[in-house]
Design a protein around this ligand. Structure first.
Ligand code: ADP
Ligand code: MG
Length: 326
């Protein structure tokens, strides 16, 4: 039974790569790291009811479990190659397990294929629905983007728009607020379920950004990590936060600002570059489709401060999603 499930996953995620010497089926995969490359590795776990709502479609779970990992590689400026998948599945009927696996593998493959990512192994157990994906990517030695490295005077930028995923989750949890079928509502929920890892942007930022991180726990929390690891502070302007027309169309300014500052799950990149490079970087990221918006600058000191349009400093009440909060 377990073996047929693994076969279903293998068939649906097949990806020919010369550097996979031995894929799914043995006790371990055998992989050849290309000469002259460093290996970047990351792992992330998604737990049902914690990292995605209970009734999320299996294909969306498959997409998202890979996307959050590819986003970590993007933040390092690495190019993805291989993944391992640990699946913990509740004991239900064979039919519903197969339907879940088929949907899951389809969503996973939709994101894996364009990036030529090969699933090379994993583990399958039973228990509460939990998905761990480990990804492996390549980066030229010494060229990876790091959280440490932001310098006083750097400009802070983000790709894409912020707050959409958190707003999508809010709309799922407050179903009566906006009618199902509203295009703006569907857009925000799509951003929650199918985040876009900014891999091409990460590669373009190599050798240009002084610091970079992906936004999984909210801008304030994640830019806070860049500041802490770089020994600097940051000042951002709330009026500059890039927000989608869907978000601004369905929420007032204060809610949209709070989603953008503290909402998690956007998987955009937040990075710092010397002022002289900003225009070049923005032109390149515009060409790549995600764009990059300047939201503030790196200053001496510590922590992230947020300036309101009237010039006052915002007291942030929420500091990003804390998994261990009561
Ligand atoms: P072992 O007991 O030796 O760890 P398993 O029976 O768990 O082997 O797995 C058999 C093969 O199937 C291995 O190559 C393993 O990597 C692969 N595999 C198991 N579960 C998954 C999964 N969820 N996704 C992809 N490959 C898997
Ligand atoms: Mg074994």
């Amino acid at each position: 039974m377990e073996f047929r499930l693994i076969d279903r996953i293998r068939e649906r995620t097949a990806q020919g790569r010369d550097d996979v010497r031995l894929g799914i089926g043995d006790d371990a995969a055998l992989l050849a790291v290309p000469e002259g490359q460093e290996l970047a590795v990351a792992i992330d776990t998604l737990v049902e009811g914690v990292h995605f709502p209970r009734d999320t479609a299996p294909a969306d779970i498959g997409w998202k479990s890979l996307a959050v990992n590819l986003s970590d590689l993007a933040a390092m400026g690495a190019t993805p190659a291989w993944a391992l998948l640990a699946l913990t599945l509740p004991k239900t009927s064979v039919e519903s397990t197969q339907a879940f696996i088929d949907g899951f593998a389809e969503g996973f493959a939709q994101l894996a294929q364009p990036h030529r990512l090969a699933l090379v192994g994993g583990d399958t157990t039973s228990g509460p629905l939990t998905i761990s994906v480990a990804v492996h990517g390549f980066v030229p030695p010494g060229k990876a983007l790091r959280r440490a490295g932001a310098k006083v005077g750097d400009v802070v930028l983000v790709t894409g728009t912020l707050g959409d995923a958190a707003a999508g989750l809010y709309l799922l949890q407050h179903a009566s607020r906006v009618e199902a079928g509203d295009a703006r509502r569907e857009y925000l929920i799509e951003r929650l379920n199918r985040p876009t890892p900014r891999l091409a942007a990460g590669v373009a930022l190599r050798a240009r950004a002084n610091a970079c991180q992906d936004i999984s726990d909210g801008l304030l929390a994640d830019l806070g990590h860049i500041c802490a690891q770089s020994g600097v502070g940051a000042e951002i302007d709330s009026a500059w936060l890039p927000r989608s027309s869907a978000l601004l169309g369905l929420f007032d300014e204060t809610s949209a600002r709070d989603f953008a500052l503290s909402g998690g799950d956007d998987y955009e990149l937040c990075f710092t570059v010397p002022a002289a490079r900003v225009a070049d970087v923005q032109a390149d990221l515009a060409r790549l489709g995600c764009g990059a918006t300047r939201i503030g600058r790196i200053v001496e000191g510590e922590g992230v401060r947020v300036r309101e349009p009237d010039g006052s400093w915002l007291e942030p009440g929420r500091r990003g999603w804390d998994h261990f909060a009561a």
